[in-house]
Design a protein around this ligand. Structure first.
Ligand SMILES: Cc1cc2nc3c(=O)[nH]c(=O)nc-3n(C[C@H](O)[C@H](O)[C@H](O)COP(=O)(O)O)c2cc1C
Length: 206
């Protein structure tokens, strides 16, 4: 029973990493195990466009360090996705991850997609950016939230947008880190309630 956190920043001591660390600390303080996957530090390949996941939904034919975690997304109790804004969009490391999530979507006859992930997992999003306006990149943020969370049937528990990173490093912002810790607590509490009520399918199996 663990929360997986996918970190799209290459900086292990950067803002995204500090915020994710607080989210996971909050979850652990409420008894839920966590695992952070730093996408920059694993051998991560891009989608090779083989489309084998159209014939065999839920299975990615690209084999690398991400493979076991793509499998674990189906079994985990929650997911945190954290990413810096690069050139108005998500980082390249995160885009490789998002493309590989295509394997977790199955084509729906007539159009659209089914999620191959059991529904009801908790989801938290972390963004760090240099721009001062937290709404500046809403479209990129909504895209990431949809592709890696809600589109897969996960339930959004909270979003942290760290703006003005150049003058307000996350590590020095107690209120930001407290919000991140609280998000982790909320995710863990939602998981405990779902398990105690034996719902939903995705959480029961964990
Ligand atoms: C290659 C690159 C591109 C960036 N592009 C943007 C951008 O378009 N908008 C923005 O607000 N910040 C941009 N930034 C600033 C980062 O989003 C910001 O420094 C963030 O806090 C980095 O996160 P990290 O500390 O977790 O690595 C960029 C930084 C880099 C290295």
């Amino acid at each position: 029973m663990r929360i997986l956190a996918f970190n799209g920043s290459p900086r292990s001591r950067g803002n995204t990493s500090a915020i994710i660390a607080s989210v996971l600390e909050g979850a652990r303080s409420r008894g839920v195990d966590t695992k952070e996957i730093r996408l920059h530090d694993i051998s991560l390949k891009g989608c090779m466009g083989c489309l084998s996941c159209r014939k065999k939904p839920g299975v990615c034919n690209q084999k690398d360090d991400l493979s076991p975690y793509l499998e674990e997304i189906k079994e985990c109790v929650g997911m945190v996705v954290g990413c810096p804004i690069y050139m108005y969009r998500i980082s390249g490391q995160m885009k490789l991850f998002v493309d590989r999530l295509y394997s977790l979507y199955a084509n729906k006859p007539g159009g659209g997609y089914y999620s191959m992930v059991p529904p009801g997992k908790t989801y938290g999003l972390v963004i760090s950016q240099g721009a001062t306006d937290p709404n500046q990149y809403v479209r990129s943020i909504r895209y990431l939230e949809g592709m890696s969370g809600t589109g897969l049937g996960m339930i959004m528990k909270g979003k942290i947008v760290h703006a003005d990173a150049g003058t307000r490093p996350a590590r020095e912002d107690d209120s930001l880190l407290r919000n991140a810790f609280d998000l982790g607590c909320n995710m863990a509490e939602a998981i405990q309630i779902a398990i105690s009520e034996e719902r939903p399918e995705g959480l029961k199996r964990a």
